[in-house]
Write a protein that binds this ligand. Structure first.
Ligand code: ATP
Ligand code: MG
Length: 669
């Protein structure tokens, strides 16, 4: 069934009717692009050009969208797969593409970031202002001995200096290694050690929900004896007052205040022309499936991927849109769609330091109203939290400025998709469910808003220039059904290797199906319309009596029950059926997990998917283990379900969650 959404123009349903309305919409399979949405960037030509010849398509886009210091003459060097090179003999500077070209075109006064602090502070950072700070910091970094190819660690909260820090590295050809501000200093140390970082840029203290944590002192305790680390640059973000009376400790000769360095630096730093394949950054993946991998991206291909997909997927008009991505810069989403994609396109973004639930559960919606945000990009985990808190919080604010909504990070349950579309988007905004990875650098599968009909829970179709495909376990192409997701052609923004570990790079991504087929690590389903449904990691496919079920589909069915807030499903070895389904379920406030509820949920899943999909075991969980980027860590749940020792837990957000679950499971057994 396909329908033009009848609720297009009506306001978000009031909370009382919401549950019934979502229930009704769950039966709608496909939503046509909302009638009121007008696309600004046509894609028809791109689709045709990319289908005809993807390499030429990317070459044309590289000339159209980027400013080159030295034009490239070769496009793709595929002589030594999987070590591909793009635009090899070309040269450009990434910060010049993100800043100088907009300022030179007379747009220096345009806002790059509206920065909002969690205590209500506001700052406006223009393109000209960011260029000035970037040049000064670039010179400052040089004065600390940083040169081309040197690694600079960045461990900062969501403050404007983080953008300048990344861009200053790019300006002088240094390689940045950003670590999510919420990590413990020990994780930072490991990442600095492995990458031989020469300088670390950090902060005196960080604020979170009204509290201030000393960061510099903790960094000192961990990092003091790291040999490669020569200098530490410290942003004074909270000051003596924030730290209980004294400024952060500084070691003479090693530590420098950011503000002093920038103030004293020469304001002019011409951008360094960089070879297209010069390393740009190292970024560690979130660690949902294994020990985090140090993913290496290079300059021109990465910039092209994010520049093109940003304008295509978010349909941005840099002159009028106000864009906000709620991710942290410490993840690939922050790199590609807070910093490089928006700035390269000359867009205006909101950057928010705080949490969605501080000072109250409406913090985000208040900002959308205040800044008249038009395009909002967030993650399913956040949407599920907002659902839990209730529609009354968004209902307090005028969200009518929104024209487009995006999601990234995990499969989004249809119910969460619908809640987002109805309550936040008022039924009038296209929802783009964007599938991609740290490794892909840029969005690869996503609806084109205004063009692609959407099916809640499906990331829909590949964007022009990308070639994801499904294979059987044996490597045969699949045009419909469940299979292993791969990418059959190299793409400009692909990772080039795992830092200093070419062997693990080849082993992880290019051993199963050979050196020219990129193994994604996710399983997916292709439907009869050619839509991709990401169903989780390869290991997340559950085989019950020979039937292949996806964790995402079973979870979506469970979450569709009105008593359920969140669920994670894993497989457990089973003598009878090979594998059996174990469901970890968080109920909404006030609901009790008793035998009657177990029976009800099992029936509910049977009615939606089939008896085979009924969970054999249901474990009530107050909370689910998540990575610091908010993804459910199913591998740890598998360990718990099967009574094994837990695997790598270093990127777990709250270790107490696992302890609580393990003891609960032990009790029940
Ligand atoms: P690690 O590789 O260390 O386990 P990770 O895979 O969680 O960490 P990321 O690169 O941040 O680290 O996440 C990419 C993965 O997130 C994808 O492979 C996919 O499993 C999931 N994902 C991202 N976006 C979507 C989406 N729109 N729909 C479904 N899954 C998604
Ligand atoms: Mg991954």
């Amino acid at each position: 069934m396909s329908t033009t959404d009848e609720t297009d123009t009506s306001p978000a349903p009031v909370t009382g009717r919401l549950e019934a309305e979502l229930e009704r919409l769950l039966a709608v399979e496909s939503f046509d692009p909302p009638a009121g949405f007008t696309r600004r960037h046509p894609v028809e030509n791109d689709v045709a050009a990319a289908a005809a010849d993807p390499v030429t398509f990317w070459a044309d886009k590289a000339r159209e969208l980027l400013n080159w210091d030295r034009p490239f003459t070769t496009v793709l060097n595929d002589a030594n797969p999987p070590f591909y090179k793009w635009f090899e003999d070309g040269e450009l500077n990434l910060s010049a593409n993100c800043l100088d070209r907009h300022v030179a075109a007379g747009r220096g006064d345009r806002v790059a970031f509206h920065w909002a602090g969690e205590e209500g502070e506001r700052r406006v950072i223009t393109y000209a202002g960011l260029l000035d700070e970037t040049q000064r910091l670039a010179n400052g970094l040089r004065s600390l001995g940083v040169g081309k190819g040197d690694v600079v660690g960045i461990f900062l909260p969501m403050i404007p200096q983080v953008a300048a820090a990344m861009l200053a590295c790019a300006r002088i050809g240094a390689v940045h290694n950003v670590v999510f501000g919420g990590f413990a200093p020990s994780a930072v140390r490991e990442r600095m050690e492995v990458s031989d970082a020469k300088v670390l840029i950090t902060v005196d203290g960080a604020r979170r929900k009204g509290r201030t944590a000393p960061v510099k002192a903790a960094v000192d305790a961990e990092m003091g004896d790291l040999k490669s680390l020569e200098r530490i640059l410290v942003v004074e973000a909270v000051g003596a007052a924030g730290l209980g009376g004294e400024r952060a400790p500084m070691t003479p000769g090693r530590d420098v205040w950011y503000e002093e360095l920038v103030a004293a630096a020469d304001p002019v730093c011409p951008p360094e022309p960089m070879p297209a394949e010069a390393p740009l950054f190292i970024l560690y993946s979130s660690g949902s499936t294994a020990k985090p991998k140090g993913i290496l991206h290079t300059t021109a291909g990465y910039l092209l991927g994010v520049t093109y997909t940003y304008r295509t997927v978010f349909d941005i008009d840099p002159a009028t849109d106000i864009y906000w991505c709620s991710a942290d810069v410490g993840w690939i989403t922050g790199h590609s769609y807070i910093i490089y994609g928006p700035l390269s396109n000359g867009a205006t973004s909101v950057m928010y330091e705080g949490a969605p639930d501080y000072p109250d559960f409406d913090a985000w919606w208040k900002l959308i109203d205040e800044y008249k945000v038009t395009v909002f990009y967030t993650a399913p985990t956040a949407i599920r939290s907002c659902m839990k808190w209730g529609a009354e919080y968004p209902d307090r604010h005028d969200l009518s400025s929104l024209r487009l909504l995006g999601s990234v990070g995990e499969p989004i349950n249809p119910k969460a998709w619908l809640w987002y579309q109805q309550v936040i988007g008022g039924g009038r905004c296209p929802v783009v469910d964007t599938w991609w990875q740290t490794e892909t650098g840029a969005i690869m599968i996503s609806p084109v808003p205004g063009v692609t009909s959407t099916k809640p829970g499906s990331a829909t179709k590949p964007l022009p220039g990308f070639s994801p495909a499904l294979l059987t376990e044996q490597g045969q192409p699949l045009s419909e059904g469940v299979g292993v997701l791969v990418v059959t052609q190299p793409w400009p923004s692909m990772l080039r290797t795992l830092y200093k570990d070419d062997d693990r790079f080849v082993e992880t991504y290019f051993s199963r199906f050979g050196p020219t087929t990129y193994l994604v690590g996710d399983a997916a389903r292709l439907d009869a319309d050619g839509y991709f449904w990401i169903i989780g990691r390869i290991d997340d496919v559950i085989n019950v009596s020979g039937h292949r079920l996806s964790t995402a589909e079973v979870e979506s069915a469970i979450v569709a029950h009105e008593a359920v807030a969140e669920s994670a499903v894993v497989a457990q070895a089973d003598e009878q059926t090979g594998q059996a389904i174990v469901a970890f379920v968080t109920l909404t406030g006030g609901r009790v997990g008793d035998d009657a509820m177990v029976a009800e949920l099992r029936d509910h899943v049977a009615a939606r998917i089939g008896k085979l999909a009924r969970p054999k075991r249901i474990i009530w969980a107050d909370d689910l283990p998540k990575t610091r980027s908010g993804k459910i860590m199913r591998r740890l749940l598998r360990d718990v379900a099967e009574g094994r020792a837990l695997g790598d837990v270093t990127t777990l957000r709250d270790p107490a969650v696992m302890a609580a679950l393990a003891s609960k499971v032990a009790e029940a057994d």
